[in-house]
Ligand binder design. Structure first.
Ligand code: G4P
Length: 531
């Protein structure tokens, strides 16, 4: 056992996912509140400031036309060192949102109790399911009128295909919200919003057995309904099983109200108890265990223009094993060289803090002079293994892109290739022709604006984007066995290739995908590329 095992084992690294407005920011603030001090570059304290700092950073990004970043918050709570990866709740989220999930060991899903599962939750959720990481659900805004509790759980099970296990059960909602029943403690925790903005701890607990007290506290009607619902739940709900949770097949669910700070600390406690320590990661030499291997990390995000004054890039990496020390030499495997990482820092909200050390589970940002790519591995100077690449996620919007001034072809190609290398867009070419026509694919349409803005401002190239009707892209898994030229799909199908020459198919709708598979029985299509 290494001397840093303890440091690693107390780390919990998770992403928070939700549809915009479900309450992710509010819940995060409350988590930070329990942590006491908010370690936003070690200086910011208090929830108001935290919110301010985070949203300010987003404003700056919007102003500069850069896709909204994910930030990392680190705080201590109850002996744990917690890293929260914030996946921006922006409508036009980008591939970075997906990639951030690749750096997390588990996910917290926030759902608005009056809305249920929404489109964005569904997309992000798919990535969590693919990675088989544990998912914890917080159903928020019980202080407002909510959907029926059974319906909410049904919705999660049907929409997301994961079993649910409520840890507590809400009693009413909105004006009638009386509190929650804690299934483990077998008591009712009555709701009070007088604790707004402060820590929990003073809520009244009434054992279910004390029926008279219970009726007095929450009212006879509410008590009857609760008893009835609990009976139903005991008969129908999934049984709690930690192994199932850790395999990502069962999500524990808590109900509460982040705004009024009800049910948040209990959720955090349950979550920390059940979630996992930094997970081992797959590499080409097998699984790398976080505590029994020296330093290693992989790059999951590259952010350009972090500093207005310089055209700098920051590579974000997730430490997967061992201890990082700012003085140490590391090998950049894909780049084939041994180096010291320049200006290692923790990037939180709009602040940066220079780091001297970090451990498996932590996220660090390093200055990138243009050498790193998404998915690159860093490890000890004597090692050479590679972590499994980060998949390329299917873009959903496509456009043909042309430079307006034909004399600027060189800058145009250079710019678009660099921006693609950072992972901000994906570029494709017609399958049969040369580089002439470039097709850009993005996950969120905001990325088109980012591309236009950056090409104009950084490369001095004006472009025209013509939207294409395609909405689906599929990689061909068995490309070596398929004669792409002779492949017959639907009339609206388009054959393209990515920059590595891999063939792909673009479709206008899912019906066309089905028809194409039907017509080419041997064809195996995938929704993301493992690189
Ligand atoms: P997001 O990060 O998921 O996008 O959501 P955020 O926390 O910003 O919350 C969105 C809105 O919902 C905010 O109101 C917030 O105050 C409110 N909210 C969050 N949790 C609860 C809750 O438990 N109960 C109720 N009633 N409201 C909640 P806003 O008016 O848009 O912003 P603000 O002016 O309050 O900051």
């Amino acid at each position: 056992m290494s001397d840093y095992t303890e440091e690693i084992n107390r780390r919990r690294t998770f992403a928070i996912i939700s549809h915009p407005d479900a309450g992710k920011t509010t819940l995060t603030e409350k988590f930070l509140l329990y942590g006491g001090a908010i370690n936003l570059a070690g200086s910011v304290k208090g929830k108001a400031t935290a919110r301010h700092a985070v949203s300010d950073w987003m404003e700056i990004e919007k102003e500069r036309g850069i896709s909204v970043t994910s930030s990392v918050l680190q705080f201590e709570y109850d002996g744990y060192c917690i890293n929260i990866l914030d996946t921006p709740g922006h409508q036009d989220f980008s591939e970075d949102t997906y990639r951030t999930l690749m750096a997390a060991d588990s996910a917290v899903m926030v759902i608005d109790a009056s809305k249920g599962v929404e489109a964005q939750t569904r997309k992000l959720f798919k990535v969590c399911v693919m990675r088989k990481i544990p998912i914890f659900t917080f159903i928020n805004k019980l202080d407002r009128d909510a959907n029926d509790t059974f319906d909410l759980l049904d919705d999660i099970e049907k929409e997301l295909g994961i079993a649910t296990c409520p840890l507590n059960w809400p009693i009413g909602s909105g004006k009638e919200f009386r509190g929650v029943y804690d299934r483990e403690k077998e008591c009712v925790i009555s709701y009070s919003d007088t604790e707004k903005g402060t820590k929990e701890g003073t809520a009244t607990e009434i054992p279910l057995k004390e029926e008279e007290l219970l009726r007095e506290a929450i009212g006879g009607g509410a008590a009857d309904k609760l008893l009835e619902e609990l009976e139903l739940l005991d008969g129908a709900g999934a049984v709690f099983d930690l192994d199932e949770v850790q395999a990502g097949r069962l999500t524990p669910v808590c109900f509460g109200s982040a705004l009024t700070n009800f049910g948040v600390e209990i959720f955090l406690k349950h979550f920390l108890n059940m979630t996992t320590t930094p997970l081992p990661r797959k590499s080409d030499i097998g699984l790398i265990e976080p505590a029994s291997h020296d330093f290693s990390a992989f790059v999951f995000k590259i952010q350009a223009n972090m500093n207005k004054a310089h055209r700098d890039r920051i590579a974000f990496m997730r430490i997967c094993s061992g201890r990082f020390d700012a003085q140490m030499e590391v090998r950049h495997v894909q780049g084939g060289r041994v180096m010291r990482l320049s200006q290692p820092q923790q990037i939180m909200a709009d602040e940066r803090k220079i780091l001297s050390e970090a451990y498996a589970g932590d996220i660090i940002g390093v200055f990138d002079p243009g050498i790193f790519s998404i998915g690159d591995t860093l490890c000890g100077p004597k090692e050479k293994f590679r972590y499994e690449g980060i998949p390329t996620f299917a873009p959903e919007h496509f456009a043909r892109v042309r430079q307006l001034d034909t004399m600027k072809r060189k800058q145009f190609v250079k710019g678009i290739e660099q921006i693609a290398q950072e992972g901000a867009i994906q570029i494709f070419q017609e399958f049969n022709t040369g580089l002439e026509e470039i097709i850009v694919g993005v996950v969120g349409v905001l990325q088109f604006d980012v591309l236009k803005y950056r090409l104009e401002n950084e490369y001095n190239v004006e472009i025209r984007l013509d939207n294409l009707p395609y909405e689906h892209i599929r990689w061909i898994e068995n490309k070596d066995e398929i004669d792409i030229a002779r492949l017959s799909g639907t009339s609206d199908m388009k054959k393209v290739k990515d920059m590595k020459g891999n063939p792909l198919l673009l479709f206008v709708n899912s019906w066309s995908i089905g028809m194409t598979i039907e017509r080419n029985k041997e064809l195996i299509l995938t929704e993301f590329s493992k690189n």
